[in-house]
Write a protein that binds this ligand. Structure first.
Ligand code: MN
Length: 480
């Protein structure tokens, strides 16, 4: 990828002045000048590739500039001060966010832990664009994973499958989710992957003919009506087929898999016109029509869905949508990026919290049931949660304001009861000092030590308080 190509792609959807982007390109190229990738290529190739992925997402200029420079703070001698001075706080914060996520080391193979990690990554990022950059970074690393040792390949694939693919899914970036899954699967289960890939490809060849018939039928019927359209057959997500086989305990041949087709056109009226055309050529399957244009899904997904019967008797699932709807469905929240921080000097902390909410609120426009959406969002990401590590790297979610004593009880009530002190980030700390997300907290215990009455005034969590009360009551130190 050359700078000119990047700028050209960017200008296709943005009128912003690209001077900053050009400077970011040169800055990153210079900063990484002596570094090489495992492939032997110059390191900057990776930075340019990440920026290219972000341009394909149609992200804003700041995000692409940050993508070009996403490894500058971590891997080069450029200081934070210099960087902030050169590029301003918005780009600086984005790169800093990516750098912070980079330093979180995910080690556990426990699914419950993975969920906490995903939440923590979301909370650490603060700005959705940080996650999008991180996903682009991971995507390119996965695409070039063959240059690393097998041990590294397995480690990174595992992390990708349990953390980053689900994050991509949560943000609705399905196309990245599928690619991350398939690449991870390829390294984690190479034999199953190759076997399934061969079967899917063979299957695909058979289906090509059917697809061709379908296209010709539509073209013929449209004749001179000039409705712009293109027909795509849906990409296969090998890993999702694999999971389906595992779940249903069925061989590939028995997995129900209708031929999926997408028709993309220019505007909503033509979506309905194409639907009419399709229904007039092929017999629709009763009850299969769903209008997600008139009634979008909660995540703002829009399309017309229908299933029809091909002359050969096969069922074809059809999605009809505009280019814009197609972009949204492929790129999810990244496609909806319109948010800019207001220039007001408002409460910074509040702003951080609202930041997330605002982005999601954009998705709420025109939805029939925003309450349900907010509820699901709240369980997804508690705004007032902090994430605290044990020295072994396990992570616990606690309410904001929690202290080491709460953390001790969160690990186990016995640890809480026997707690006599704590270290936070390797330094002795007070039991009532508030913790912050990312702190590593070590609880010091002594056998036969017992909860004190004044602890009731220290702990912030209901769980810790009830354990302490229970202990005190059992030992006659507390009357009801
Ligand atoms: Mn990177």
């Amino acid at each position: 990828m050359q700078l000119e190509d990047l700028l050209k792609k960017f200008r296709e959807y943005s009128a912003e002045d690209t001077a900053k982007l050009e400077y970011a390109w040169q800055f990153s190229l210079d900063a990484h000048t002596d570094q090489k990738r495992a492939s032997g290529e110059i390191y900057f190739i990776h930075c340019a590739a990440v920026a290219e992925i972000l341009v394909d997402f149609k992200m804003d200029l700041e995000t692409i500039a940050a993508g070009l420079m996403h490894d500058v703070l971590e891997d080069t001698t450029v200081s934070r001060d210099t960087f902030r001075k050169e590029f301003g706080s918005e780009i600086y914060e984005l790169v800093l966010g990516v750098t912070k996520i980079e330093t979180l080391k995910f080690s556990s193979r426990d699914e419950a832990q993975a969920e906490n990690w995903r939440k923590m990554i979301l909370a650490t990022a603060k700005d959705i664009r940080v996650i999008v950059i991180k996903l682009a970074d991971r995507l390119h690393n996965m695409r070039t994973l063959n240059f690393l040792t097998q041990e590294k390949q397995l480690e990174i694939s595992h992390e990708t499958l349990s953390l980053y693919a689900p994050l991509a899914q949560r943000l609705g970036i399905f196309h990245v989710k599928s690619e991350l899954e398939d690449l991870s699967f390829k390294y984690l289960h190479p034999d199953e992957y190759q076997d399934l890939l061969a079967k899917v490809q063979l299957h695909f060849v058979k289906r090509e003919k059917l697809l061709e018939e379908f296209k010709q039928g539509v073209e013929k019927h449209l004749g001179g009506t000039q409705i712009p359209h293109r027909v795509l057959s849906r990409a296969k997500n090998i890993y999702s087929i694999y999971r389906k086989m595992q779940k249903q305990n069925l061989p590939f041949e028995d997995i129900q898999d209708a031929l999926g087709i997408r028709i993309i056109t220019d505007n909503i009226i033509n979506c309905y016109a194409l639907l009419g055309t399709v229904h007039s050529i092929f017999k629709p399957v009763t009850g299969s029509f769903t209008d997600y244009i008139a009634v979008p899904k909660m995540n703002l997904y829009r399309s017309l869905h229908t299933s029809v019967m091909a002359p050969s008797g096969e069922i074809i699932e059809i999605q009809i949508r505009t280019e814009e709807m197609h972009h949204t469905s492929e790129y999810g929240i990244a496609a909806h990026w319109r948010y800019k921080l207001g220039a007001s000097g408002a409460d910074q902390h509040l702003d951080e919290k609202l930041n997330w909410l605002r982005q999601w609120m954009e998705w709420l426009q025109d939805l029939s049931s925003p309450r349900e959406f907010i509820e699901s969002f709240k369980t997804d990401l508690e705004l007032d949660q902090i994430f605290i590590f044990t020295p072994k790297g396990d992570v616990k979610a606690l309410p904001a304001g929690s202290n080491p004593l709460d953390f001790a009880y969160a690990i186990h009530s016995d640890i809480g009861d026997a707690c006599i002190g704590a270290k936070v980030n390797n330094k002795m700390a007070k039991l009532d000092g508030p913790l912050k997300s990312g702190d590593i907290c070590e609880i010091i215990t002594r056998r036969n030590s017992a909860p004190k009455k004044d602890w009731l005034g220290i702990v912030k969590t209901a769980g810790a308080r009830s354990h302490i009360r229970k202990y005190l009551r059992e030992h006659g130190q507390l009357e009801d």
